[in-house]
Design a protein around this ligand. Sequence first.
Ligand SMILES: Cc1ncc(COP(=O)(O)O)c(C=O)c1O
Length: 433
Amino acid sequence: MMSTDDQSAPDWQNAGYRHVWMPYTQMQTAPLPLPVVATEGVYLTLADGRKLIDGMASWWTACHGYNHPHIRQAVEEQLRVMPHVMFGGINHEPALRLAARLAQLTPGNLNRVFFADSGSVAVEVALKIAVQFWLNRGVTGRTKFVSFQNAYHGDTTGAMSVCDPDNSMHSHFKGFLLEQYSHPIPQTEAEHAAFESFLTSKKNEIAGVIIEPLIQGAGGMKFHPPESVSRIRSACNHQNVLLIADEIATGFGRTGTMFACEQAEVVPDLLCVGKALTGGTLSFAATIATDEIFDAFLSDNPTHALMHGPTFMANPLACAAANASLDLFETEPRIQRAKSMDGELSQLLAPCREIDGVIDVRTKGAVGVVQVRRLHNLERLRARIVEEGVWLRPFGDMIYMTPALSMTPEELRTLCEATVRAVQEWSTWSVEE
Ligand SMILES: Cc1ncc(COP(=O)(O)O)c(C=O)c1O
């Protein structure tokens, strides 16, 4: 394992690193992670006092920047009154207020909110609801899902089963996971026709189709147009198959509208949210169902109820943070900023197009992606970016950014110019074996 006795590392890191298991990390070879001691606005402060401008917003979550005083105050007040209480048989005001606000904010008749504690769990819940929806209606055999190539829906078992099966991240688990259908996202007339005929041929076994609308995240940061989503919705309607929109990454303004589905004028049957739900403050997520889906669970038969209930569901602290985050969407111009960031990112990252090894530069809302032919010298590039005073975490074949929606044009310029310099230098390094 990498040495934990790094002279420059703080004592707590040298003492504790040997006991922690880091995510998505080959622990034998990975360098020590950055020791972060504080966050504020769009900055991370390292143990040695350096400040990095954060281009990731902690995996798309800190949409208002870190430590927003409004969220902090709401969480502090909630902490004094009731940090947690179980949700089975008990209600509390922060959760019910949040449910009503989410029902109001989401498109169409997405009116029933099931709270979960992480995005993956929200996806698991959506899959279970979809399967049981058909059973409760007396339809058997609909237990499969269709997802799309490059899809990523989380790391738990059901969620992994609807990730792209060819994505190397989960390829070890092929024999263990339920087999689902994976299809390319249709974009041309011919592809839409092929998708629809595929659905026709399988519809009696399909419970639902699951999509990350407009931006596929961790599976490759691939974009597709709103028309793809609206025509997938139509195909699902024609074939009487449910549509699940996983907006865990795209929700809360990231694509330039509150939800990506709005750009496609689509109302999914189930909508998953997470990540930025609490403004990046606490782990929280939700699965939101239409009235029609919810009604299928109403019955005199107790077995028609949804048997799911995470211990910490609807945690009052998380609900308070989420309510405060929604306040900020009302009082601060987040959506406008996400829209304007698109043009800025596109302009500021454009110089990357000229760099050897870069094969694409694309932006959508507050997301910027520089895709390369092969991301060689990955750790060296990561370190180089940090030297520039920036925090990004390139992976796969891309260097990508999902900054806070509160980032100013000047901060965004600093972030992008540093990124361009780092990528330029990276392109001159000889390719390691
Ligand atoms: C689209 C999408 N779905 C699901 C998840 C899983 O969420 P979590 O990591 O909170 O379990 C993610 C996380 O990156 C995601 O981007």
